[in-house]
Design a protein around this ligand. Structure first.
Ligand code: CP3
Length: 399
């Protein structure tokens, strides 16, 4: 292998990349691509075996382990993409911020960052290029093994990271974070701008090392009103995605409980200069309804691509972007309800078919769950969903 898998053409024709680019190319791949958020992890016995005796964050920083864990679900389920095995708090650890992942709980910080002084000290920290070496090495090992299957790089959005930092640990309502956003907007802005550059640096390292797509996870954005999102989160998310916009990879922008934020999340990515924007949708908003919401709220500012197509595949990219900007509908990713993975197969099967049918309302569709794979999921059920999607997706295109 040589060079970047997207640029040298290895992954450019993959169903995933073609679906993520379908908003600008207006061409659906012949079969609907499928992958699962948290496809690597505790649902797999082979994951539990290799993780034995290693903490989550230590595993993320061992290139051989991170690469092996990333590849496990691709081998087992034949999904259309790998997602880099890491965590949204890894860049915090790389910058020397005290953080751990408590099993069954999630990220726990050494302290909660609540005062202007706390934040002033925090924003002095940064990631050195040397600290990113294990990430780049793990990605390079992984894309060599993946061949024509694309790797998705990812990062946490500034709001979600800031929510962990201000709360100090997982929380349901993010009261302290939302209080700082409105109560001390200057300190809040300093915090999310720092988080944007930190997480953007982490994402850029993955793309430079060979990831063919980038996903920004704003898992907790759904706790914000549209006004709070626009005032306190959107600008920083644009700043984070601007770290990869010039690299020409398609980007997915995902959150949960974000039915009221979908057009704003599209616009955040377009404003960063990302040409191929896909919006991730959780299980609460049917995909055809999501497509309608996006169509009804066209982008506020005209999309302006900052870069040339990396592979020359879209000679008319600028015009195509103008087209998608006119209608506002972009490709969608989602949104099988993770709860139904434990329902009887006929119930799950009917639900997956329904998601596929509704996904046809968007110019491109990547089938995924509405949130991560629950740890107690039977992995054979996931394999069966992949087989169903590949069969059905093909049939839908043939019709
Ligand atoms: O397969 C994949 O999706 C790739 C790897 C991945 C992990 N975390 C591995 C992981 C990804 C993309 C993430 C993102 C992540 N991490 C998010 C955004 C997506 C989402 O789920 O909303 C968030 C909010 C986190 C923070 C985090 N890390 C939580 C809430 C947890 C769960 C804690 C628990 O034990 O239930 C983690 C830990 C974590 N991240 C695990 C994995 C596989 C489980 C740790 C283990 O196996 O011990």
């Amino acid at each position: 292998s040589s060079g970047h898998p997207l640029v040298d053409g290895r992954t450019a024709q993959s169903p995933l990349v073609r679906a993520l680019r379908a908003g600008t190319t207006q061409e659906r791949p012949e079969s609907t691509p499928v992958w699962f958020m948290r496809q690597a992890g505790r649902s797999l016995p082979e994951y539990r075996a290799v993780r034995e005796g290693t903490t989550m964050l230590d595993a993320c920083l061992r290139p051989d382990l991170a690469s092996e864990i990333t590849l496990q679900p691709v081998r087992r389920h034949r999904v259309d993409a790998g997602i880099f095995f890491s965590d949204i708090v890894v860049p915090l650890r790389l910058a020397g911020v005290e953080v751990d992942i408590a099993p069954g709980v999630g990220p726990v910080m050494g302290q909660a960052y609540r005062t202007p002084e706390d934040v002033a000290r925090l924003v002095e920290t940064e990631i050195t290029p040397e600290a990113l070496e294990p990430i780049a090495e793990a990605v390079a090992l992984t894309v060599d093994e993946l061949g024509t299957t694309p790797l998705i790089g990812f990062a946490g959005a500034p709001f979600t990271l800031a929510a962990y930092l201000v709360e100090g640990r997982p929380s349901r309502d993010h009261l302290a974070a939302r209080s700082m956003l409105r109560g001390d907007p200057e300190t809040w802005q300093r915090l999310v701008d720092w988080a944007a550059d930190l997480t953007g640096t982490f994402l850029r390292a993955q793309v430079l090392a060979g990831a063919s797509a980038a996903q920004l996870f704003d898992s907790w954005a759904g706790s914000l009103s549209l006004a709070d999102y626009l005032d306190g989160a959107a600008g920083a998310s644009t700043r984070a995605l601007a770290h990869v916009a010039d690299l020409g990879v398609p980007a997915v922008h995902f959150g949960t409980g974000t039915g009221h934020l979908l057009p704003a999340m599209r616009d955040v990515a377009l404003a960063a200069g990302v040409r191929d924007v896909t919006v991730g949708v959780d299980y609460r908003t049917p995909l055809d309804e999501a497509a309608r919401l996006l169509a009804d709220t066209p982008p506020t500012a005209p999309a302006r691509p900052r870069h040339a197509a990396p592979d020359g595949a879209q000679p008319d990219a600028a015009g195509a972007v103008a087209g998608s900007a006119r209608t506002g509908v972009v490709p969608l990713q989602g949104n099988v309800d993770p709860a139904l993975l434990t329902a009887p197969w006929p119930v799950l099967e009917a639900h997956v078919r329904d998601v596929l049918a509704r996904g046809a309302a968007a110019p491109g569709h990547v089938l995924n769950l509405g949130h991560g794979v629950p740890p107690d999921t039977d992995p054979d059920v996931l394999t069966r969903v992949v087989e169903l999607v590949h069969r059905e997706g093909r049939a839908a295109v043939d019709r």
